[in-house]
Design a protein around this ligand. Structure first.
Ligand SMILES: *Cc1c(COP(=O)(O)O)cnc(C)c1O
Length: 405
């Protein structure tokens, strides 16, 4: 336990980060869930001392909102996972995104946002940022010349890789090189990889954001977001906004996310194995036009994925062939037995959803017209999932077509 951090493997670091110290020669494996709103001190001097240390940037709590042992342990594990300077815990993934945007942008500022990001970012833009006099401009990460889009008041480049719905893989080092040449930080949404298959802070991003709701918690029982910064200067900026917004999470949720972190590598490896089987099978289906999964050699992002990622998650989307309409896609999803129908993903269970066409149209990478189904491949036996998909395809294939007399 005294080995220098840098010499340990990533999985080892992840298992030990934030583990409680032994007291009197013994102690639990797991950090206790410390639920409290008030922190008590043995003297006014101790209270003042804590307050000053906190103001100086130390991670100590003088009040429950700052979180105690459970929060510190999760922050340590997440910081180790993402290889950053500091982790901030937010009540949802979207709150983590909003925190970053509000922390780094001021009235009159401009930010460049990849057009394929998690769609609710556009709602944050329309309902909050525009009101604050902040301008977000959406760019095509594959087609636009980023440097030509940078303005004198551009203060942030915000991306997500692979993107939502179609898993477009971005050339993060190239994007970061352009942004950094203009002194602009890059923030990326890293939810897809759970932080395990992708290390954006090592590839040039300055902030990594995750919906811990997804793979980190991993059991569909927690809402949570995390923000990881790469330097003390960005930590300070995020910290200031975090405090001003009064953000915090409950100790029980911190504990659940921490428990998820401990098994993240093994769960993700299994999601990848199962999703690869399903994606390969989907490729052979006559009703399927295109399969979106960066680990497939046919995927447009495969080369970049191989260069920058160490694995692929459980998300697989596919477009029907051009003959299919929305009715077919909805009928297909409704015919599934082992896939829940619902938003979100990252839990142990499989899910299916028809992608909303208006969301797809936001993404410049999408040129199609056929309906798209997003699958989250869970930890069930893949043979059962494939049999289920097969019967659902058969159901919609046998749907009577309008007879042309
Ligand atoms: C789900 C998701 C979010 C938002 O997380 P919530 O915890 O649901 O608010 C953000 N980004 C991506 C890529 C997501 O899939």
């Amino acid at each position: 336990m005294t080995a220098p951090h840098a010499t340990l493997g990533a999985a080892t670091r992840l298992l030990h980060a934030g583990a409680p110290a032994l007291r009197d020669g013994s102690g639990p494996v797991n950090v206790p869930v410390v639920r409290t709103s008030t922190v008590r001190f043995e003297s006014t001097a101790a209270y003042t001392d804590h307050h000053h240390r906190r103001m100086a940037g130390e991670r100590v709590a003088s009040y429950g909102r700052h979180g105690l042992d459970t929060h510190r342990a999760l922050e340590d594990a997440i910081t180790a996972l993402e290889g950053g300077h500091r982790a901030f815990l937010a009540p949802s993934g979207l709150a983590a995104i909003s925190l970053v945007l509000v922390a780094l942008l001021s009235p009159g500022d401009h930010a460049l946002v990849a057009d394929s990001v998690y769609s609710p970012v556009r709602r944050v833009d329309a309902t909050l940022l525009q009101r604050l006099g902040i301008t977000l401009e959406y760019f095509s990460p594959s087609q636009d010349d980023l440097s030509a889009k940078i303005r004198h008041n551009t203060r942030l480049v915000y991306v997500e890789s692979p993107s939502s719905l179609l898993y477009e893989v971005l050339d993060l080092p190239a994007i970061a090189a352009v942004a950094h040449a203009h002194g602009i930080p890059v923030a990326t949404d890293n939810t897809w990889s759970g932080g395990w298959f992708y290390q954006p802070l090592k590839l040039g991003a300055n902030i990594s954001i995750q919906a811990a709701t997804k793979y980190i918690a991993g059991h569909s029982d927690v809402m949570q977001g995390i923000v990881v910064t790469d330097t003390p200067a960005l930590t300070e900026k995020i910290s200031t906004a975090y405090e001003a917004l009064g953000l915090t999470i409950g100790a029980d949720d911190a504990y659940l996310a921490l428990r998820g972190v401990r098994t993240l590598p093994v769960r993700l490896a299994q999601h990848q194995r199962h999703a690869t089987q399903v994606a390969e099978w989907l490729q052979g289906q006559s009703q399927v036009g295109q399969v979106f999964y960066p680990a497939l050699p046919s995927d447009p992002g495969h080369v970049l994925w191989k260069r920058d990622f160490s694995g692929a998650s459980g998300l697989v989307s596919f477009a029907f062939d051009d003959d299919a309409d929305a009715h077919t896609a909805h009928g297909f999803v409704d015919a599934l037995h082992h896939f829940g129908i619902g938003a979100s993903w990252g839990g142990y269970e499989s899910l299916a959803l028809v992608a909303q066409p208006e969301r797809l149209r936001e993404h410049s990478a999408w040129k199609g017209t056929a309906p798209v189904v997003r699958l989250h491949i869970g930890l069930e036996d893949p043979a059962d999932l494939i049999a289920d998909l097969e019967q659902a395809f058969a159901r919609v294939a046998s749907r009577p077509r309008l007879a042309v007399a």
